[in-house]
Design a protein around this ligand. Structure first.
Ligand SMILES: *[C@@H]1O[C@H](CO)[C@@H](O)[C@H](O)[C@H]1NC(C)=O
Ligand SMILES: *[C@@H]1O[C@H](CO)[C@@H](O)[C@H](O)[C@H]1NC(C)=O
Ligand SMILES: *[C@@H]1O[C@H](CO)[C@@H](O)[C@H](O)[C@H]1NC(C)=O
Ligand SMILES: *[C@@H]1O[C@H](CO)[C@@H](O)[C@H](O)[C@H]1NC(C)=O
Length: 172
């Protein structure tokens, strides 16, 4: 009896988790800064960011050598001059893997202190409002809506777990 209810409970929890993920996170993506190159001095982040969209609700994921770089949010003046003396926010948590929620539609500026900004470790992103979710848009014959998120848009009818994995694979 206990085994049975424990099992149903796990199934239920799994279903609920999948449902919540599908509903709340289907449109948010975690964007790995610099793609496979991570956060460092080998990437021109201006070039890297220019063909990408950053939407309110997305996350930036900074991966780097924790013994060398860090992740500081600064204002535009300090971004231009690589001044890390008065960051607006220190996102460095110590593991070299920092997640930054982009939860306001505005411009964000990030630099690494310790001299690496001068070597190119600086990123500016403009966060926009996300496009309306595809499920909310009634599909009418003869009217096509541009698909702003390109291949990141996946219908919610897909299994949420598989969807989540495929999203991550596309970003990594
Ligand atoms: C950025 O902060 C510095 C130091 O606090 C300040 O001098 C500068 O005017 C600020 N720049 C902007 C654009 O707010
Ligand atoms: C940022 O925070 C980390 C972790 O708390 C700390 O080790 C580091 O000294 C801070 N860096 C700056 C520039 O404030
Ligand atoms: C955005 O996220 C930061 C860090 O988690 C939090 O401090 C801030 O209150 C959030 N802002 C909004 C508008 O949700
Ligand atoms: C990155 O490339 C842009 C042009 O796309 C250039 O203006 C900028 O100076 C470059 N940044 C670095 C750090 O080399």
């Amino acid at each position: 009896m206990e085994t049975v209810s424990g099992c149903s409970m796990s199934v239920l929890l799994f279903a609920v988790t999948m449902f919540v993920m599908g509903v709340t996170e289907v449109e948010s993506v975690r964007i790995m800064v610099g793609g496979g190159q991570g956060w460092g001095t080998n990437v021109n982040y201006t070039t890297w960011a220019q063909d990408k969209h950053f939407y309110n609700g997305d996350w930036l994921f900074f991966v780097y050598d924790r013994n060398q770089l860090n992740v500081l949010e600064v204002n535009s003046t300090d971004y231009e001059s690589c001044n890390s003396d008065h960051p607006l926010h220190n996102w460095t948590r110590g593991a070299g893997r920092d997640v930054v929620p982009l939860n306001v539609t505005r411009k964000y500026h990030f630099i690494s202190g310790k001299g690496f900004c001068y070597g190119g470790a600086k990123l500016a992103v403009k966060v926009e409002n996300p496009p309306p979710p595809p499920v909310a848009a009634p599909v009418k014959a003869g009217s096509t809506r541009p698909n702003f998120r390109g291949h990141f848009v996946v219908p919610v009818v897909f299994a949420a777990g598989a969807l989540w994995d495929s999203l991550l694979f596309q970003l990594w």
